[in-house]
Ligand binder design. Structure first.
Ligand SMILES: *Cc1c(COP(=O)(O)O)cnc(C)c1O
Length: 389
């Protein structure tokens, strides 16, 4: 069955009492049981039934079922944000004395999570060039917990060879964890590329209209401790499960994801091509044939290249002037909203890193990140051209 059909037609976990077509929002903290034994079975995980909404909730379970059906994963866990999903995924594999091998090109809060928060608990981070496979191999030792990457880095738009990194991880008996926020799991199979644990911010493409925060851990079952730790330890002890209201909105978002992704990708490609003709603007988009990652991106993620592109202007002053001049495009963070968004990552998302740190991460003061929405592409283009003048 096609992904667009699966997204819409995933069955509810149980027959609804009123035959509701949408999954109802179970706004409840606790659930009553018939017998003491049923209660004990649920609490001890012998039967997977909701007992308390910190750990399981029918509306969230339906959202997780949709993702499971779309990805073929063994287990899917929904959290209250992308960062919560990333944190929980790491917590299944790290402990004091272990290290994480990853890139210098990472989402700002992920960098801070591993190099600041986790560092306080004795976890080391080794940031290497993931395009240099020898450097990756050399950085791994017996204490390495995982290799972690983002499939298209932001804002550098770098694409690594995922099967090659998976091979290195598996030769060392460790999982490859991939943040797949920027290309939806309906477009490609992370599992087929060798990813063991997929993490993503469902705040972005899945929620669609920026209605809610959410994050997913998609576990392909290759490292059994992932399921065991999240289901029987972390959901209970950390308490960062998705809320039923967010799951309701994100289930609806998932139903229209395929249609939105296609239109946003088409818009982004057309916009990038038009922007290439404008003097004073340098455009970076993996969907453009002359982009150095174009062929690899197509091979790994399919024909459509998604809705994130960057433009480079003369200097930071020009970027600020550009952002101030925008009339249609929203001055906002977030990605993959229905609305087109623009941000200057250097002064915002990475604003609290030093200039040296930003140089190391290749975050430039000349770059503006644009998330292309569903508006008419000529209107988006016109706004960019007038703002750049
Ligand atoms: C937004 C984002 C996150 C964090 O997700 P939240 O839902 O905002 O917590 C992580 N990784 C990437 C690549 C992102 O774009």
């Amino acid at each position: 069955m096609d992904k667009s059909t699966i997204a819409i037609d995933t069955k509810l976990p149980r027959q609804d009492a009123y035959g509701s077509i949408a999954m109802p929002v179970y706004h409840t903290a606790a659930y009553e049981f018939e017998t003491a034994k049923d209660m004990a079975d649920a609490f001890c995980g012998r039967v997977l039934a909701p007992d308390y909404s910190r750990v399981m909730n029918p509306t969230v379970m339906h959202f997780e079922d949709q993702v499971k059906a779309l990805t073929g994963a063994d287990n899917v866990f929904a959290f209250c944000s992308g960062m919560a999903a990333i944190t929980n995924a790491f917590l299944t594999v790290i402990e004091s004395g272990k290290n994480i091998v990853t890139s210098r090109h990472l989402f700002g809060n992920t960098v801070a999570l591993i190099t600041k928060t986790f560092a306080r608990f004795g976890v080391e981070t080794r940031q290497v060039d993931l395009l240099d496979l020898d450097a990756v191999r050399k950085s791994i030792d017996k204490n390495t917990a995982c290799i972690y990457l983002e499939i298209v880095t932001n804002p550098q738009l770098e694409v690594a060879d995922i099967p090659a990194l998976a091979k290195i991880a598996h030769e060392n008996g460790i999982p490859l964890i991939a943040d797949t926020t920027v290309i939806p799991f309906t477009q490609f199979s992370a599992k087929a590329l060798g990813v063991d644990i997929e993490v993503l911010s469902s705040t972005k493409y899945i929620s669609g209209g920026a209605t809610s925060l959410g994050g997913l851990v998609i576990d392909y079952g290759t490292f059994p401790e992932v399921n065991k730790r999240i289901r029987f330890e972390l959901l209970f002890n950390i308490g960062s499960y998705m809320s039923p209201h967010a799951a309701y909105m994100q289930s609806l978002g998932l139903e229209t994801l395929e249609a939105r992704y296609k239109m946003q990708s088409d818009n982004a490609l057309e916009l990038a091509r038009k922007l290439q003709t404008v003097k004073g603007i340098r455009v970076n988009y993996i969907g453009l044939e002359d982009n150095s990652f174009h062929a690899l991106a197509q091979r790994q993620f399919g024909k459509m290249a998604g809705a994130m592109l960057t433009i480079d202007l003369a200097d930071q002053e020009a970027c600020f002037r550009f952002i101030d001049n925008l009339k249609l495009i929203r001055r906002a963070t977030n990605l993959f909203d229905n609305k087109t968004l623009a941000i200057h990552p250097y002064s915002t998302i990475f604003g609290n890193f030093t200039d040296d740190e930003k140089r190391e991460m290749d975050v430039k003061d000349t770059t503006i990140r644009i998330s292309v929405g569903l508006e008419n592409v000529d209107d988006i283009f016109e706004d960019i051209v007038q703002a750049a003048n």
